[in-house]
Design a protein around this ligand. Sequence first.
Ligand code: NAP
Length: 244
Amino acid sequence: MNKIALITGASRGIGKQIAITLAKEGYDIAMNCRAENEEVLLAKKEIEKNNVQCLCLPGDVSKFEECENMVKTVIEKFGKIDILINNAGITNDMLLLRMKEEDFRKVIDVNLIGTYNMTKNVSQYMMKARTGRIINLASVVGISGNAGQSNYAASKAGIIGFTKSIAKELASRNILVNAVAPGFIQTDMTNVLKDDVKENILNNIPLKRAGTPQDVANVVKFLCSEDSSYITGQIINIDGGMLM
Ligand code: NAP
């Protein structure tokens, strides 16, 4: 029987590339997205080309009940969840002076509470199975901070603390919990930045290029594999040397 990987926010960007990469490795995929649109159906087709099953799971990760229902749906179809990738995330950048409480809360709700909601619901099945991998998407900004991103940086710093705590809680059940911290990756999230901002970021990357979703998916693939079976509670930067 194939291993099952549940990936949140898999409609585009990094999440989609992780789903395709794990499908190539022979994992059956449960892909969460906010809505089942044309883009999602195209991604599903691409995943299924690898002779694996792909289940679309529309739902908002910031809503606990929706996460509970998504996880139940995956268990009903596949009977287990081997891998959880908490990838869904948003930004809502602005300086603190302009940031209203709702602007702050929205980012925390999706990025941090969403990670809690999915982990809480999935981990009970992994605990019974006494095996599992959880990989969270943090960010270098959660380590360094960034002007204009206090909400996002707080959510990602929260994910780092959450990752380490849950790694300690679940280690005795053979569940490994790690995070990756990407730097500047070319996706819709970063395409919205102004050209001068992008140039400034690129100038501060020793490898002198933006990362690709595949750069992130390759490390996630490693963290899902047997090759990483002695790694837990770690935050791995994928940033071309931006933060060191
Ligand atoms: P993206 O291209 O903007 O894609 C974000 C994904 O998250 C989309 O699939 C989106 O679904 C989904 N999503 C957003 N809110 C959701 C919600 N409430 N419930 C379920 N899904 C939701 O972003 P990305 O660049 O691939 O980023 C993926 C992850 O990597 C995020 O956690 C991000 O913070 C992190 N990251 C990215 C970078 C970077 O440079 N790109 C750097 C560091 C960390 P819809 O299609 O429905 O909107």
